[in-house]
Design a protein around this ligand. Structure first.
Ligand code: SF4
Length: 391
């Protein structure tokens, strides 16, 4: 059976964080219930059409899925397990935020078959959490983390953000070391991006421009400090026994996130819910982004699928570019055999000049049938990726 990954989007959050541009917002219990009903209609629609696919990973993300009434959340998992062919060893991840989970909820998640938690912490400093507009403290994070362990979760990711406004290198290192002491199986560290349309954009746009121009700014760490945080993250996590397997992701051996690796390997995935994206047989779909349009569309799904906002059939060229961009984000890069299997042509047949150039510049290496960026190449990833564009 052909494999498929499943992503389920829950767009609700208690309150919007000041840096966030994800598709998420607050909503009352009635809207949440109507949304889950719509989500279930969409799931059932696909379950009957994708009977020949085996679900190898499920990721329930958001938003803050753990803010949803846990009975509703469990009903979503039950519908998936009852109607799709789900692999016995499927990785089932739930994104959870501190301050949103009570013990009976945590127990129900475990019982329902959720076997991996991804907890949004971002910083262990309450001052930084407040600045980010997060609704929780570090103390509340520790409560949810301990609760998860007590309930038997043995695969937990913790998210951190580096390069926060007014953050010194030692502030970030304190957060990182606090997290390492907790011994999670997986750590994700993202650099802050000032996104348009967020309160952070209004506050820090000028500083952001200065930072990118290599200048000193009042509020944001300069480029050298951001780079130093990135390098220290890699060294510190390596020393603590974590393998870096992608730009922002570190895991104990064998506990890499299978779902995300699937994205980077261009495995097919079905995204269900508001604004969710799918890639099936090299067609990329993305769902409607307005919640009322989405709910309405799911009521007519049996007649024809009008739930998508965009549909894009990827050309061979698009597929090859994506294969390289996504694959080279991973530390072990891409397999030459996979390229040939996917495109019926050896990788040199398409990218010989690029591969030779990057090798000459010390930015790329080949070993045991794999092609990957060197440390220097990873530092210059944007430049390297630009050379894989085929126009
Ligand atoms: S909790 Fe996450 S998804 Fe929700 S607003 Fe904050 S950053 Fe965005």
């Amino acid at each position: 059976m052909e494999e498929l990954e499943l992503y389920v989007h829950i767009p609700f959050c208690i309150k919007k964080c000041d840096y966030c541009d994800f598709l998420s917002f607050s909503a009352n219990a009635k809207t949440q219930k109507e949304y889950v009903d719509a989500l279930i209609r969409e799931l059932l629609y696909y379950a009957s059409r994708l009977k020949d696919r085996k679900i190898v990973s499920i990721f329930i993300g958001g938003g803050t899925p753990s803010w949803l009434d846990y009975n509703l959340l469990v009903s979503i998992v039950d519908v998936i397990k009852g109607n799709f062919c789900v692999a016995e060893d499927a990785e089932v991840t739930l994104e959870a935020n501190p301050g949103t989970v009570v013990k009976p909820a945590m127990e129900s998640y475990k019982k329902a078959g959720i076997n991996r938690l991804s907890i949004g912490l971002q910083s262990t400093s309450d001052k930084e959490l407040k600045l980010l507009g997060r609704v929780h403290t570090f103390e509340q994070f520790l409560k949810i983390y301990d609760m998860a362990r007590e309930c038997g979760f043995d695969n937990i990711n913790i998210d951190l953000i580096s390069g926060l406004p007014y953050q010194k290198i030692e502030d970030f290192m304190k957060s990182l070391n606090d997290v390492i002491r907790l011994k999670p199986e997986h750590v994700s560290v993202y650099s802050l991006i000032i996104e348009e349309g967020t309160p952070f954009y209004d506050k820090f746009k000028c500083d952001d421009d200065k930072q990118h121009a290599g200048m000193r700014t009042e509020a944001l760490p300069n480029e050298d400090e951001v780079y130093a945080m990135c390098k220290m993250t890699q060294e510190t996590l390596k020393k603590a026994g974590y393998l870096q397997y992608e730009t922002s992701n570190f895991a104990k051996k064998g506990l890499e996130c299978k779902h995300n690796i699937g994205y980077w390997q261009r495995k097919d995935y079905l995204g269900v819910g508001l604004g969710a994206a799918s890639l099936i047989d090299n067609v990329r779909y993305s769902n409607k982004r307005d919640i009322y349009d989405y709910i309405k569309a799911t009521q007519k799904l049996d007649l024809y699928n009008n739930i998508h906002e965009t549909v894009q059939t990827l050309s061979k060229q698009d597929q090859m570019e994506e294969f390289m961009f996504l694959g080279l984000r991973m530390n072990n890069g891409v397999a030459r055999d996979d390229f040939e299997k996917n495109f019926n042509i050896p990788i040199e047949g398409v990218y010989k000049l690029t591969l030779d150039k990057l090798k000459r510049e010390g930015l790329l290496e080949q070993n045991q049938g794999r092609i990957f960026l060197t440390d220097k190449g990873a530092d210059l990833a944007n430049y390297c990726m630009s050379l894989f564009l085929l126009d």
